[in-house]
Design a protein around this ligand. Structure first.
Ligand SMILES: Cc1cc2ncn([C@H]3O[C@H](COP(=O)(O)O)[C@@H](O)[C@H]3O)c2cc1C
Ligand SMILES: O=C(O)c1cccnc1
Length: 340
């Protein structure tokens, strides 16, 4: 853990001093883009994505080793009956990922993406956020540090996803703590909560934020009090990626809440991240708006597992391929505007 004092100290230092974009790589990429055999701007957002890759990797846009990292955790709050599925499904789905049977396995296979699963102490659910912090500072910091391992094997595009029964309740509590409003504004069905169960979910989120209200001005405190292990690990992974100049694709409502904690700590913390998709969870678009981002895809998905981020990776790969592989006007002998 920290050599400087409290476990969060190293992360506070890291968050204060994040590397910025590489302006030289950006200028070089813009210059090449102007020469490619297409009308200027005609590849729309693909062009912006290529420039984003250049700025945050510091080199010519390329995606050679895309990786989906899924973090799995269990939540004490699940005991309140706020989700239709039992907490045991988290472990069962981890086994399903390993066996290749989940949606994310198929999307990774179809799009040539690496996949790594990190299970986080599944036998030890976090504290029940309605009456206690989810994690101690030490445990939360250790889990953030573990999340940084996501990039250890090397990748040049990190897609972040999660698995954790009950974690849309956790995401709603984080958003309520960060942005205010009412619990109803941030709670949605998740895997299918409705009627009395949905009412309980709203009450639980309200109660949790009320219980911790004195301690919610510090985003890292919000993380440990209202978050969960997969939330802390995703935040750690985003930070590690920033330091190592790896662009990041964020998945749905839950992953976005983890990212939001970093943005609250440093407004530039997510500049190397794009939101892969807007999920069907009703509050996801509002949460994305709070980050000042525009999602790449809107497919009505509401699964998690990194599936939306993984699908968006194919767009990012295509953006890099166009930028690096297209011929210039000169190479192809195609007449450019203004030169005829
Ligand atoms: C079989 C199954 C596979 C999943 N894959 C992702 N999730 C998603 O659903 C969970 C969050 O929803 P809630 O807050 O309503 O529990 C997370 O585990 C999330 O990744 C799944 C959920 C289930 C049941
Ligand atoms: O948007 C998400 O990430 C999501 C939605 C429902 C269930 N699990 C995750």
């Amino acid at each position: 853990m920290s050599v400087t004092g409290l476990p969060f100290d190293d992360f506070r230092v890291l968050l204060r001093d994040l590397p910025g974009p590489d302006s030289q790589a950006l200028v070089t990429a813009r210059d090449r883009d102007r020469q490619l055999t297409k009308p200027p701007g005609s590849l729309g957002r693909l062009e912006e994505i290529a420039m984003w890759l250049a700025a945050w990797t510091g080199r010519a846009p390329a995606v050679n080793r895309p990786l989906v990292a899924i973090f799995a955790g269990n939540h004490g709050v699940a005991r309140h009956g706020i989700t239709p599925f039992p907490a045991s499904v988290t472990q069962q789905m981890v086994e399903n990922f390993a066996a290749g049977g989940a949606a994310i396995n198929q999307i990774c296979a179809a799009n040539d993406l690496g996949l790594k699963i990190f299970d986080l102490a599944l036998d030890y659910p976090t504290g029940d956020i309605t009456i206690e912090p989810a994690l101690s500072e030490r445990d939360c910091a250790a889990t953030m540090a573990f999340g940084m391992e996501a990039i250890a094997g090397g990748t040049d595009l990190l897609c972040l996803g999660e698995m954790g029964i009950g974690n849309t309740t956790i995401a709603a509590a984080i958003n309520l703590a960060l942005y205010g409003g009412t619990a109803e504004d941030w709670v949605g069905p998740g895997t299918g909560s409705q009627g009395e169960m949905l009412a309980r979910k709203i009450a639980v989120v309200k109660q949790a934020v009320e219980f911790h209200r004195e301690h919610l001005s510090d985003p890292l405190e919000v993380m440990r009090r209202l978050g969960g292990r997969e939330i802390a690990a995703m935040a750690g992974a985003i930070l590690a990626a920033r330091v190592e100049r790896i662009p990041v694709l964020i998945d749905g409502y839950v992953a976005t809440a983890a990212a939001a904690l970093l943005k609250a700590a440093n407004p530039s913390a997510l500049d190397h991240c794009l939101i892969g998709h807007v999920s069907a969870e009703p509050a996801h678009m509002r949460a994305i708006d709070k980050l000042g981002k525009t999602p790449l895809l809107a497919l009505g998905m509401r699964l998690g597992e990194g599936t939306g981020a993984a699908l968006a990776a194919s767009i990012v790969k295509s953006a890099a391929a166009c930028h690096s592989g297209m011929a210039t006007f000169e190479q192809a002998g195609v007449t450019n505007a203004g030169t005829h």
